[in-house]
Design a protein around this ligand. Structure first.
Ligand code: ASP
Length: 409
């Protein structure tokens, strides 16, 4: 817990220093940012990113191998996906309801001059077929998470099936995993300084003026994120995971602070897994399977932003959405959040897909791009909390099957 406090102090100091410099000495800020804040932040980000590809490969392979038989794998996979889909749908529904209630886009915002270049969102079929990599090494080089996950599941499955024959490789993967976890511990000591640098840089650039006009939009996203985290995850963890929600949030909090400072679910993965395994007592095979998958496809916070943003943009452009269109928003936002990579800012780009689906102007994204950084930080914290909640729930539900045969790891 001491580390959490240090990270929080780092975040707070970063925000204060960034803000003071932004207001009093913008020139000085640029110097500090170039030679101190950004390098500190980048160093920390690089350190954790360095571990992501090997961790995803080792942990999913190991997780799959230790889940053992295909029945168990299918059962856990099914439960995980069901949880992800259900919570994401709840998330976006909360977002839409709040956006209708508070009408953030009716505050007299002028959309003229808004310009945004949309990148073409990939089709649903392409997204599915490209999950299987044609060259797994290339997927690792490019950091294509979904492909690495697919490959690792295959390898893990083979290890489980081959049993004794491939003991050596299993041991290798297991030890590889140990090395990565050791490095996570080491790198986390640097987290408070990294958090300081990242926040000072972000707040120093943005200031608070830029946020004022968008305050109602931001407030609605924040409220939706908080409700979803506390009510949806809190009750899931309590009712299905048989865990006190306070224990859950307290135990997972350090990972949330790292997600907040990095705005990246993927980068935070090593820490999220460590917190779930050590503080929430999620068995390694389950955490190793659920969390990397979740960090890649389960983004409730992102879905919330996309839901509020869609209604916000519709309101700014005076467009009414029909009920069918709202259902389309829910469906596409679920898909868009699945397709969103766990790196900073992608959620906003995938929003283009949702807007196009219901014929809203994609330029509307320009209105919210300026303040997206702070929302990105917050929604990323929610994104990874959803994965941890799922891991807790799946772990509890697997207890009754615990006597089933598994490969020992
Ligand atoms: N930054 C988010 C994440 O990594 C994704 C997004 O919404 O942009 O979880």
């Amino acid at each position: 817990m001491k580390l959490t406090i240090k990270i929080l102090v780092g975040l707070l100091l970063g925000a204060i220093v960034g803000l003071i410099l932004h207001i009093t000495a913008p020139d000085l800020f640029t110097g500090f940012d170039t030679y101190l804040f950004s390098p500190l932040g980048t160093l920390f980000l690089n350190l954790i990113k360095m571990l992501v590809v090997p961790i995803v490969f080792f942990s999913i392979t190991l997780g799959t191998a230790s889940l053992g038989n295909p029945r168990k794998l299918g059962r856990i996979g099914g439960k995980t996906l069901a949880f992800f889909l259900a919570t994401t749908t709840v998330a976006i529904t909360i977002a839409l309801a709040l956006a209708y209630l508070f009408k953030p886009g009716n505050a007299g915002i002028d959309p003229t001059g808004a310009e945004f270049e949309s990148t073409k969102a990939p089709s649903v079929v392409d997204t599915f077929t490209s999950i299987i990599p044609t060259n797994p090494i290339q997927s690792m080089v490019e950091g294509n998470m979904l492909q690495i996950i697919a490959f690792s599941i295959f390898v893990g499955f083979a290890l489980a099936m081959l049993g004794k024959k491939t003991e050596g490789i299993l041991k290798l993967v297991e030890q590889g995993n140990e090395i990565m976890m050791f490095l996570v511990n080491l790198i986390m000591r640097f987290a408070p300084y990294g958090a300081f640098g990242l926040l000072a840089s972000a707040i120093g650039r943005m200031g608070i003026d830029g946020m004022k006009a968008m305050i109602s939009y931001m407030a609605v996203v924040f409220i939706a994120l908080i409700i979803h985290a506390i009510v949806t995850y809190g009750s899931a963890v309590y009712a299905l995971g048989k865990m006190n929600p306070i224990t859950f949030f307290k135990g997972f909090f350090p990972a949330m602070t790292v997600a907040f400072s990095t705005s990246s679910s993927s980068s935070t993965l090593p820490i999220s897994m460590k917190m779930a395994q050590e503080n929430l007592k999620v068995p390694k095979p389950i955490s190793s399977f659920v969390q990397p998958l979740g960090a890649t496809i389960n983004m409730d916070g992102t879905a919330i932003m996309q839901g509020v943003a869609t209604i916000f943009i519709a309101q700014v452009y005076n467009t009414d959405l029909s009920f069918t269109q709202l259902v389309m928003v829910v469906l596409t936002a679920v898909l868009a959040s699945i397709g969103t990579a766990g790196v900073p800012g992608v959620g906003l780009i995938m929003l283009a897909m949702v807007l196009q689906q219901v014929d809203l102007p994609v330029e509307g994204i320009a209105l919210i791009i300026g303040i997206d950084r702070i929302l990105d930080m917050t929604r990323t914290a929610v994104n990874i909390t959803g994965d941890a909640a799922c891991a807790v729930v799946v772990a509890e539900s697997e207890k009754k099957h615990s006597k089933e045969s598994t490969v020992e790891v």
